[in-house]
Ligand binder design. Structure first.
Ligand code: SAM
Length: 383
């Protein structure tokens, strides 16, 4: 199983990375802003950091975090950032990028080696502080025990401090290992390595030896992995697919975990906006590669964001109405998944405000949907 980034990976940002980086760049500043205000400190680990910056000059995950840390530093919030990278060449490039930010006062600590070797140091540094883990391997990630211990570890007896993660779960690896498990010539060691990542052999049931896999066995394994992660860590876990093209199967899932209702809300909003950035990039790339085309194929298949929102708003208004049947006020952020329903991660938070306004217009709530932060809006039951 390849875990490196050969070829042209670092030439320029590929389409899946557009979504990944847009999401990361939207989410982590909010994580820092929300959780860092108490102590003025946040700890961050990018465990599979890569080179930090593409040859094209676009920021990779590491530089995205360093930029956020730099911006927050100016506002008095200190990020302690750990970056680990196994490949010597990538590590050297990463360190050059980090040096730029260190000169600006960012605490960017770059380690050459395995993420596993640095994790304990990260956890010690994060004692009593908010911690965000970004784990983005090309293939298989951390073993289950290691990951769940790091996430479930009570770093203080109280709920504070928060730990959150965003993780790449490779669907390419799942399909390849599924094929390996089914084949008589499959390598047992490869399957055992995936057992370690999944915390058991359960995934093999979806790829029975000598038989064709169940349809969508790969998706089922990903969903089951996320469900087990939620159970083992007590976190709210969500995941979104990331593909190379509109009709393709996902190359990976981005799996997100939080214990904060606000985290769940912000992630859904960021995911919807990042999906839009993915479509934008696809369209721009098409126009660049065929400037004479009358209109790019993407513009035909791309779901019109307005149409999606037009479908989402009445459905979300109905969701809210169901929640109000208890006769108690509903604070949006406390009911993120119920409010968005199937549109979670598909539409931005503005759709929730529009849903309240629609209810109000129809006389189904006295609440107007007016207020500074959508997630903090409270919807009153009808009188
Ligand atoms: C998908 S790339 C990272 C991309 C980067 N996170 C980004 O979004 O810009 C994965 C990187 O992890 C590195 N890597 C693989 N296994 C590793 C490990 N166990 N510890 C640290 N780095 C590892 C690879 O060399 C590669 O550079």
């Amino acid at each position: 199983m390849s875990t490196g980034t050969g070829g042209t990976y670092w030439t320029t940002q590929a389409l899946p990375s557009v979504l990944k980086h847009d999401l990361l760049g939207r989410y982590i500043p909010q994580f820092g802003g929300m959780t860092g205000s108490r102590d003025g400190r946040v700890v961050y680990l990018d465990g599979y950091a890569g080179e930090g910056r593409y040859e094209s000059g676009e920021a990779g995950s590491a530089e995205i975090a360093m930029r956020v840390a730099d911006q927050h530093r100016a506002r008095g919030l200190r990020w302690t950032c750990f970056f680990t990278e196994r490949e010597a060449k990538s590590h050297a490039r990463l360190d050059d990028v980090a040096a730029i930010y260190r000169r600006r006062g960012v605490d960017a600590r770059v380690h050459h080696g395995e993420v596993d070797g640095v994790l304990d140091q990260v956890l010690r540094t994060a004692m009593g502080l908010p911690l965000f883990l970004f784990l983005d391997p090309c293939g298989l990630g951390l073993p289950w025990q290691r990951l769940t211990q790091a996430l479930a570890r009570r770093r203080t007896p109280r709920r504070w401090p928060p730990t959150e993660f965003l993780m790449n779960f490779s669907m390419v690896a799942v399909r390849r290992l599924g094929g390996n498990a089914r084949s008589a010539k499959g390598l047992e060691r490869s399957s055992e390595r995936f057992d370690e990542v999944c915390g058991g052999r359960w995934w093999r049931d979806f790829f029975p030896a000598g038989q064709g896999p169940a349809p969508d066995a790969d998706e089922t394994v990903a969903a089951e992995y996320a469900r087990r992660l939620a159970k083992a860590t007590g976190m709210l876990v969500q995941w979104i697919p990331v593909a190379k093209a509109p009709t393709h199967k996902p190359v990976y899932y981005l799996v997100f975990g939080t214990r904060r209702p606000h985290g769940l809300w912000v992630f859904g909003d960021a995911a919807a906006r990042a999906r839009d950035a993915w479509w934008e990039k696809l369209e721009t790339t098409e126009v660049e590669s065929d400037p004479d085309a009358l209109f790019p194929a993407t513009s035909v298949i791309r779901p019109d964001p307005k149409e999606v929102t037009d479908r989402a708003v009445p459905a979300m208004a109905d969701n809210l109405e169901r929640l109000l049947r208890d006769g108690r006020p509903v604070k949006l952020v406390d009911h993120t998944l119920e409010v968005f329903g199937q549109f979670y991660g598909q539409v931005p938070e503005t759709a929730a405000r529009a849903a309240i306004k629609r209810l109000h217009r129809d006389g189904r709530t006295p609440s107007t949907g007016v207020g500074p932060k959508v997630r903090d809006l409270v919807v009153e039951p009808p009188t």
